[in-house]
Design a protein around this ligand. Sequence first.
Ligand SMILES: N[C@@H](CCC(=O)N[C@@H](CS)C(=O)NCC(=O)O)C(=O)O
Length: 212
Amino acid sequence: MTDLILTTFDWVPEAPRGYVRDLRVRWALEEAGLRYRVESVPFRDRKAEHLAHQPFGQVPWLTDGDVSIFESGAILLHLGERSDALMPIDPRGRAEAIEWLFAALNSVEMASLPWSIFQFSGLTGDTPGWKRLDEFLNARLQHMEPVVARREWLAGTFSIADILMADVLRLVTRFDGLAKYPAGRDYVARATARPSFVKAHADQIAHFAAAD
Ligand SMILES: N[C@@H](CCC(=O)N[C@@H](CS)C(=O)NCC(=O)O)C(=O)O
């Protein structure tokens, strides 16, 4: 059995630690109990070899034998194909996992990421741009609230959809963005209480701290 290799940066500044997207992949690998190792590329000097694996010069990517795959959502789908612990096996459950995985990225993160960048940059003042962005994210969160209130996990059983959705919402909680959404907060809390998340998070923190 080939080892899976997850590649992330060798170091990142303090602020993004615990939130770098290799965490999604670590989490999935831990949930599935798949053997893997972590390799690093320089954060400060992104070479052609890096761009050959990740054309935007970002992380993560995963190597699985001859296959090299980037985009955290694509990597999780790839791993979902390898493990029943990550995707339901019945067609309806699989379809639900896939649709919610895309919803996490394409409906929620597409609103939460610019919102978080504004938060990080301190651009949350009384401006039309910030107001519009805040409304945009809240429209998505309002619709997520009844969904996560009535089910424990998005596709019935825990899946890659929950790894993506919980990780996306986790960054929103960093800036108290779920204050009005108790079911959303509970959902993030139950996902991040899973031992595989706790280990993945600790491993990422240790990985970057080792390079200080
Ligand atoms: N859509 C990509 C985004 C990857 C991404 O934003 N990676 C960040 C770390 S979490 C990164 O490499 N940032 C450095 C940069 O953009 O230069 C994915 O989900 O894999």
